[in-house]
Design a protein around this ligand. Structure first.
Ligand code: PLP
Length: 438
């Protein structure tokens, strides 16, 4: 047994977890290195999900651990309001070398949820500064996940995440672009459906474009089951936003930092958003951090008025935390030094072939993929939706592979250091489990 796993489990209220079920048969990880976890029983578990879409450079990278340790001994914390530390400026300056052109201002947060809510507030502040304070509504998309803040759940399109809490920020939603009839088993971007971007015009007509602050989308919907937008769809959204003075926000919390074979999804799709959120892999998940990237036009519009006055009344105690900045700088050095931003492009075809090798299983309803992201959607069990997904998670874990499931969709998104033998192992195991499901 590694670590102390004998303690009672009652006190910890786990997030997004069936707590009672988990505590009857806990899955506890104790160590990690490279592509693998070790559970508390000392079993190797192949990480086919980069933790939670976040450990892009693989686990326990020495350079990151050392950078955190050095920073903790030198400057553990510096206030973030009206005071700062050089590491935050250095990291911001380094990050904007890799963002889509023009996104050269960075606002730090501590998670994807905070990054999303920060981006929404920046959009509102921007319009207000331009004398268009009536732009208070956002347009999100069905089946998009934007975290768990009140802004994020309002623009997000996952019913279960809103049901218990309501939706408090004015928002409307584009229909999800998932289409089984035309696009099932598409490899990469589906060819059918770019015209669905026209739905945005209909929604704008309903509310009047002058009331809309921003459109927010995930470039690829990750958490709701790897939904890849049709080819050309995001470009069309960009055109419509431009036509109506509406900001476009890309939520790159999953797609950022090399997931698609480019630094950010904006590069991959050739679309430049006005605001971009990221988190997760920004520090290779070693220290929590999120960020919003903005154009200088947005920054300059908001940073006006008397110079002694705070321009954006928003921020966090831990914005630009020294340990997060140290981890982030070390992670960025690995991503660029090891060529990981383009790795998904190099190995993506092998990954795609492996994913689609499962298409003939009768239980499989659809397979979708882009870069190093794949979703394998199962037909729901007659016993109810989600059962097969959960059984696949448990079955794969028992066989030494960590996968992610949402409902009945299995999501695979390995660290970018993944090799062909790991890809073989993860899809072999998933295939074995699926063959055994009722
Ligand atoms: N936005 C997207 C696209 C995400 O995938 C996530 C998390 O998975 C979030 C926001 C929320 O991030 P966090 O869990 O760090 O708050």
């Amino acid at each position: 047994m590694i670590g102390d796993s004998s303690q009672p489990l009652s006190a910890y209220w786990m997030p997004f977890t069936a707590n009672r079920q988990f505590k009857t048969a806990p899955r506890l990880l104790a160590k990690a290195e490279g592509m693998f976890y070790k559970d508390v029983n000392g079993r190797d578990i192949l990480d086919a999900t980069s933790g939670l879409w976040c450990v892009n450079a693989g686990h326990c990278r020495k350079e990151i651990a050392e950078a955190i340790s050095r920073q903790a001994a030198e400057l553990d914390y510096a206030p973030s309001f009206q005071i700062s530390h050089p590491g935050a400026f250095r990291f911001a300056q380094e990050l904007v070398q890799y963002t889509p052109e023009g996104l050269n201002r960075v606002f730090f947060a501590n998670s994807g949820s905070e990054a999303v809510d920060s981006a929404l507030k920046i959009a509102l502040a921007y319009h207000r500064a331009r004398g268009e304070g009536q732009r208070t509504r956002f347009i999100g998309e069905e089946r998009a996940y934007h975290g768990v803040g009140f802004g994020g759940i309002s623009v997000g399109g996952i019913g279960a995440n809103r049901r218990q809490f309501g939706a408090w920020v004015p928002a409307d939603h584009l229909p999800a672009t998932l289409n089984y009839e035309h696009n099932a088993f598409s490899r990469g971007e589906p060819g059918w459906g770019a015209h669905m971007a026209q739905n945005l015009e209909n929604i704008l007509a309903l509310h009047h474009p002058s009331t809309i602050a921003a459109v927010i989308v995930e470039p690829v919907n990750g958490s709701a089951g790897v939904i890849v937008h049709p080819k050309g769809y995001l470009k069309k959204l960009r055109e419509i936003c431009d036509r109506h003075g509406i900001l476009l926000i890309f939520d790159e919390v999953i797609t950022g930092f090399g997931r698609l074979g480019t630094p950010f999804a904006g590069h991959f799709f050739g679309v430049k958003p006005d605001l971009m959120t990221c988190a997760k892999a920004i520090t290779n998940a070693a220290v929590p951090m999120g960020a919003v990237f903005a154009t200088s036009a947005i920054y300059e519009t908001i940073t006006q008025g008397p110079e002694h006055q705070i321009e954006l009344s928003h921020g966090y105690t831990f914005s630009g935390h020294p340990l997060a900045c140290a981890a982030g700088r070390a992670a960025l050095a690995i991503y660029t030094g090891d060529g990981l931003f383009s790795r998904a492009k190099e190995i993506g075809e092998y990954f795609e072939d492996a994913a689609h090798s499962l298409r003939d299983l009768s239980i499989v309803r659809d397979i979708r993929n882009l870069g190093l992201m794949a979703g394998i959607e199962l037909h729901a069990s007659p016993d109810g939706p989600g059962r097969r997904g959960y059984e696949t998670l448990v079955g794969a874990f028992e066989r030494g592979v960590l996968i992610r499931v949402t409902g009945d969709t299995i999501a695979l998104s390995p660290p970018l250091i993944v090799e062909k033998n790991h890809i073989d192992q993860m899809f072999d195991v998933v295939g074995q489990v699926l063959r055994g499901l009722k």
